[in-house]
Design a protein around this ligand. Sequence first.
Ligand SMILES: [Zn+2]
Length: 272
Amino acid sequence: MIQFQNEHFTVFESQLYKTTSVVVKTKDCIIVVDPNLLPKEVEEIRNKVNKIKGNLPIYVIYTHSDWDHLIGSGAFLDATVIASHLFSKLDQHHILEQMKQFDDKYYLDRNYPISFPQVDIPISRERHTAKIGGTTLTFYQAPGHTADGIFAVIEPLGILIAGDYLSDVEFPFIYDSSFHYDLTLQKVDTILTNHRIQYLIPGHGHMASNTEEIRKRKEESKNYIQELRNSIKLNSDSHHLISHYPYWRELSFSHEDNIALIKRELNNQQKK
Ligand SMILES: [Zn+2]
């Protein structure tokens, strides 16, 4: 379904995990972010692009390598692909298997091949800028959730693409490192200083359209990590940190994973 639409961009929201996809049209190009997730949903996104593209080149940005964000990549084989330089170091076979596992589980068929994106523009530097006519894309490294996350800023539209950060329906899912996660959250302030941001689009949940809301989400994520560390040090229960999230029954598994990861980090610190 369509979560938001104006003359410049459309935010699609999957029925699964409120995963978002974005289609932006400028006078220079079409930019697609993380096309996903169910077959009909990816088809709808592809149809939208076909309808508006004319002769414009298509760029697809992948925010990070989690399979649910890559599963539509086979429908955009004609696009120029932008993602972290770390995509080349990934176990592609494993991620492809996760996608196929998902489709097999629900007997899903797709009108495009399941494939792993071939990155044309790898992002390895901080504040990497790509200019396409009057459209400017700026990328920042965003590790913490996964090591290969990136933030993208689309100007002059003032859109911040956050991948799996700054969600209003999920607390931080930390697969990489909580210390990297903290640094990535700090970077949000830098981005708000460097650019005039009007919209934040997270990978799951709802868009935010003012900087107060963006800063609030950043603070909530920061506090979650800090309080989780404290509760682990005190050996106290931390369910209250997630009980106000609407889907906490499912989210509790990710919370348990976070606890295990932070315990390992704190143990490693002690050993040093
Ligand atoms: Zn993710």
